[in-house]
Design a protein around this ligand. Structure first.
Ligand code: ADP
Length: 782
């Protein structure tokens, strides 16, 4: 392009709105603005050439230089026709592009100084132009595939075009492009640039068209599918009606009816309503429908806002509790306190009570009595062996066969939201890879969280804040710590023989008579026979076995009455054998002979107290120590402490220093049914060891309990009541108890301690003094 070829022209101009004209374009448009019409007239008077330039903002009425683009087109006016309403239609033929230099200050019409942009001639048959030409052609063809209407005029038209410039101009003429895009092409100085921009635009338009078609197809598909489903469902409905199988529909109607009846908040009802609507829309035989049905049924069965009215008459409750159970004063007291607080405040936070004690001591049955006395619904949830978190919290609905957890199921069973829920054996919950059961339980028991307990299956939060939870456990140490913190522990201890006797006489016999269809006057049991059952036929902390034995006697009597025609039977201690067989336990089981290296200890286990016999053997060897029997880690440590202590005092007992080097020691604790562990066998083991080493005998009728320190001090222990009771049952006469436990003895019923001499000890020296058989006695023995 040479500079001198450029020449400035003065020419009438028209500002166009929303239209861009290209050279090589024959087009007509209408003018209505006076200034524009004047410009056309002016051109007609001259050489009929007119400059057309596009407005940036189509709404501007009288644009100045800034209101229009910089590049426009010089056209030749071919025809002017006047239309009604002062509209002039002009037919023009584009000649060439020109850049606008300036508008003249002329009020009547627009006049502009412009500079022609010379036509760039490109060799039309170079490979490059051919490539560009064909590319545009291809793009246009693709584009037309999406717009079949344009195809007719455009594609055929463009097939014959051989010049790239014409190709660009014609494409733009025929394509429904926005004028601003056309303007960009018009302003591109070189033809190559114009090609690039156009190709870009075309490519973009094709992509948009493609996506649009896909979307339309999808939408169409969906509409068709919906329509088809609707039709099929209607047909199915009709067929069902004909066959009289209108299950799904009548079920949904039934659900709706029940929904009206239930007591629940608006949100809950709306949620259930939604589920019912969904249920209606799925076909009756599909698996999904079965899931939806089960879910709705569960939701409808849950109590939501339904409550039962509690018995608030404290005197009556107390009376009822006393009627059903002997003793258990602490539990009864706590329940009454709870009731009192609640009736005073009108809304008491439900405490979580945990009854801890050996089996058969009435934990479960008192909980049930509490429910009856308070007129509460009673639900028992057994937690023994529950390892899967989902058992507490439910499975998510997406699982096949999903169910609500035990808590939600319990509420469903109760049918009210304020039942008494017994969490039985809370110390037996476990955790494994299927989740943490205790953390799920924590949510149940935590009063901060349990008003919005989430069951995975139910999904809607459940309010457990009004539930009265009572848990039971055998041992405090096995209750997961966080759960333990949330509960109020009430210890239920083993029964004494006397307590057992009263329980049997007042409750168990009556219960078993009824169970076995006997009338009160058909069987009488003498007090002596009851005591004999307790002492010679059972050995337990609770009364379960006693109850079983009484039951056994009742069955035998029932048969006897029917077969022999007797009116009534009396059982006494003499004829008890006839009904229960030979005695199982003899009263005395204490050692009868004083022995070396054998000492009786006392232990506390989760099923009550027990005695344990520690045996020590010393034999020639090289100083090894062996521990066998069911020893826990704590017991092993106690044994080692004992040995260290004895070595440190070996001089006092004239034990030769080589004794420990030249002998092996074997400590054995014969295993019982329940494993024992704890430090309270410390002094027992130390005494047994010392006896074995010194060769001095230990008194047979003595038992001991106490922890030992390295320096031979005796430390206090727990579970004293259980231990003394076990000692008594075993027929032991003397018990050595740590001095520090003196205060606990006062709390033990006299009935247990009478007949047993309790000696308080502070050091191992004292233990030895009381336990060993006196030297002179030893000699007289031999
Ligand atoms: P736990 O739950 O502590 O293992 P249970 O509640 O099952 O024990 O009690 C076993 C049986 O003993 C039940 O029939 C119960 O009624 C009876 N029982 C236990 N303690 C008493 C008591 N203090 N008074 C009356 N019956 C009792």
């Amino acid at each position: 392009m040479k500079e001198q070829e450029k020449e400035t022209i003065k020419i009438p101009a028209v500002a166009l709105r929303g239209l861009t004209i290209f050279p090589d374009m024959m087009i007509h448009f209408d003018l209505s603005r006076k200034k524009s019409i004047m410009a056309v007239e002016q051109a007609m008077m001259g050489d009929q050439r007119l400059f057309l330039i596009t407005q940036k903002d189509p709404n501007q009425v009288d644009p100045n230089m800034d209101g229009v683009f910089r590049v426009g087109t010089i056209v030749l006016i071919k025809q002017v026709s006047k239309l009604p309403n002062n509209i002039v239609r002009v037919l023009v033929d584009g000649i060439c592009r020109a850049s606008l230099l300036e508008f003249l200050e002329n009020a009547e019409y627009l006049e502009a100084y412009i500079e022609e942009i010379p036509v760039e001639t490109m060799e039309s048959d170079t490979t490059e132009t051919q490539a560009m030409l064909r590319h545009i052609q291809e793009l246009v063809e693709q584009y037309c595939r999406y717009y079949p209407k344009i195809e007719k005029t455009m594609a055929i038209h463009l097939k014959e075009v051989t010049s790239l410039e014409r190709m660009v101009n014609q494409t733009i003429l025929n394509m429904p492009l926005h004028y601003t895009k056309k303007q960009i092409i018009l302003e591109a100085l070189e033809l190559k640039n114009q090609y690039e921009i156009l190709a870009d635009i075309l490519f973009n338009e094709i992509e948009i068209a493609k996506i649009r078609t896909e979307l339309t197809d999808k939408l169409k598909g969906r509409v068709e599918k919906n329509q088809k489903e609707y039709l099929l469902r209607e047909q199915l409905h009709y067929i069902r009606q004909e066959l009289g199988e209108e299950d799904a529909f009548s079920d949904a109607d039934q659900f709706e009816k029940e929904l009206i009846k239930i007591k629940a908040s608006k949100e809950v009802k709306e949620r259930i309503k939604k589920e019912i609507t969904r249920f209606r829309s799925i076909s009756g035989s599909s698996a999904e429908s079965a899931v939806a049905r089960g879910y709705i049924e569960t939701l409808l069965e849950l109590p939501w806002d339904k409550v039962s009215k509690d018995n608030m008459d404290m005197n009556q409750v107390e009376e009822l509790l006393n009627q059903d159970h002997y003793g258990l004063d602490q539990v009864k007291e706590r329940i009454l306190e709870f009731l009192a607080v609640r009736s005073l405040t009108n809304h008491g936070e439900s405490p979580i009570l945990c009854l801890v004690g050996p089996p058969g001591t009435g934990k479960t049955s008192i909980a049930k009595s509490v429910a009856t006395a308070l007129n509460k619904k009673y639900v028992r949830i057994c937690l023994g062996g529950v390892r899967d978190e989902a058992e507490i919290r439910g499975h998510r609905k997406t699982y096949v066969g999903a169910m609500s957890g035990r808590i939600a199921t319990g509420l469903k069973q109760a049918g009210v939201r304020n039942p008494l829920v017994l969490l039985d054996e809370i110390d037996k919950v476990g955790s494994d890879q299927r989740g943490d059961t205790s953390s799920a339980l924590l949510e149940v028991l935590d009063s901060e969280q349990n008003s919005k307990f989430r069951d995975h299956y139910v999904e809607i939060p459940l309010d457990l804040s009004e539930v009265l939870f009572i848990a039971t456990a055998n041992s405090v140490s096995k209750i997961p710590r966080p759960l333990f913190d949330r509960m109020e522990i009430i210890e239920v201890s083993s029964y004494t023989a006397n307590e057992k006797f009263h329980i049997a006489k007042k409750h168990l016999i009556g219960k078993q008579l009824k169970k076995n269809g006997l009338h009160e006057n058909q069987l009488t049991m003498s007090d002596a026979s009851i005591k004999k059952i307790i002492q010679c036929y059972t050995r337990e902390s609770g009364v379960r076995e006693t109850e079983r034995k009484i039951g056994q006697a009742c069955r035998k009597v029932a048969r006897e009455i029917l077969q022999s025609g007797k009116i009534s039977v009396k059982i006494n201690s003499n004829n008890l054998n006839k009904y229960l067989g030979k005695e199982k336990y003899l009263l005395d089981k204490a050692n009868t002979v004083d022995e070396i290296g054998i000492v009786r200890g006392l232990a506390w286990t989760s099923v009550g107290g027990d005695t344990l016999q520690v045996e020590v053997n010393m034999m020639p060897g090289k100083g090894d120590i062996e521990l066998t029997g069911q020893l826990g880690d704590v017991m092993k440590e106690s044994a080692l402490t004992g040995i260290s202590y004895i070595r440190s005092i070996s001089k006092d007992y004239s034990i030769p220093i080589d004794s420990f080097k030249e002998n092996d020691f074997h400590i054995h604790i014969p295993e019982g049914a329940v494993p024992k562990d704890g430090p309270s066998a410390g002094i027992t083991m130390a005494t047994a060891l010392l006896s074995a080493i010194t060769g001095r005998k230990v008194k047979a009728e003595i038992a001991m309990t106490g922890e030992i320190t390295l320096r031979g001090r005796v430390l206090p222990i727990g579970g004293l009541k259980e231990k003394i009771l076990a000692a008594k049952t075993a027929g032991i006469k003397t018990v050595l108890v740590p001095e520090a436990n003196k205060k606990d003895i006062d709390e033990i019923p006299k009935e247990i301690t009478t007949g047993i001499e309790i000696i308080y000890v502070e050091t191992m020296n004292e233990v030895v003094k009381h336990a060993f058989v006196k030297e002179e006695e030893k000699t007289s023995d031999n």
